[in-house]
Design a binder for this molecule. Structure first.
Ligand SMILES: *Cc1c(COP(=O)(O)O)cnc(C)c1O
Length: 215
């Protein structure tokens, strides 16, 4: 495990220039790795597993903004609701209801993004464009539904990736006209963040470029 400071500084600068939020994806990384990034000024970190996230949030500095970027199970929402900064992967209405319920219990609003299914793979999660357009946001008064998230197909075909990001970006722009809270378009990872930025992403989720390949 490692932290690639040079990659980080370069990416950080690029993000600052373009007004993009860099989420450092720290799943399966050690707390020591996270602290290295933290000491370089990084505050937004993304995690995929609830148990791991809860443990890290307890022991790491309190000014870290934790992003949940994995596939969230309804029965685990309650564990992250008290402290989560942004939930990226909301992909069904049951999850919206549960998140709204937990937020109501805490008497606060929780920020979340709707995950769109843009990839070819059936295994990836997400709403369809039609579902998101038809969604009644007023049913979730304790949620701040503030944008979209998506993952492109795992492929070397840049044209295809770009096409998928474009679909997401167009939908984001359409929804912005209806929802004033829509300010975040979360797309792009280590392998495709440059394409994502070109298509209008303003939040990228980068792991292996900063911390090395995951085993
Ligand atoms: C793991 C993960 C990332 C980071 O992937 P890298 O290729 O390591 O940058 C980004 N987004 C999601 C949803 C992930 O699960």
């Amino acid at each position: 495990m490692a932290f690639y400071k040079d990659n980080f500084e370069k990416l950080k600068k690029e993000c600052e220039i373009n007004n993009i939020t860099l989420v450092a994806v720290s799943k399966i990384r050690t707390e020591a790795d996270i602290i290295q990034a933290y000491n370089c000024g990084q505050r937004d970190f993304g995690e995929n597993y609830v148990q791991e996230l809860v443990a890290k949030a307890e022991s790491l500095p309190k000014d870290i903004r934790w992003h949940f970027i994995g596939h969230l199970q309804t029965n685990k929402v309650k564990y992250i609701a008290p402290f989560i900064h942004l939930v990226h992967g909301i992909d069904n209405e049951k999850l919206l209801s549960e998140l709204n319920k937990q937020a109501a219990k805490l008497d606060k609003k929780i920020n979340c993004l709707l995950q769109l299914h843009i990839a070819e793979e059936e295994t990836k999660f997400g709403f369809s464009a039609e579902e998101v357009i038809a969604l009644d946001f007023s049913r979730y008064p304790f949620l701040n539904i503030c944008g979209l998230m998506g993952m492109a197909t795992f492929t070397d075909d840049k044209t295809q990736i770009q096409k998928e990001f474009l679909v997401l970006s167009e939908l984001y722009k359409t929804l912005q006209k209806k929802h004033t809270a829509f300010t975040i378009l979360s797309m792009g990872m280590s392998g495709d963040y440059d394409l994502a930025i070109r298509e209008g992403s303003n939040m990228i989720r980068v792991g292996s470029l900063l911390f090395g390949e995951r085993k």
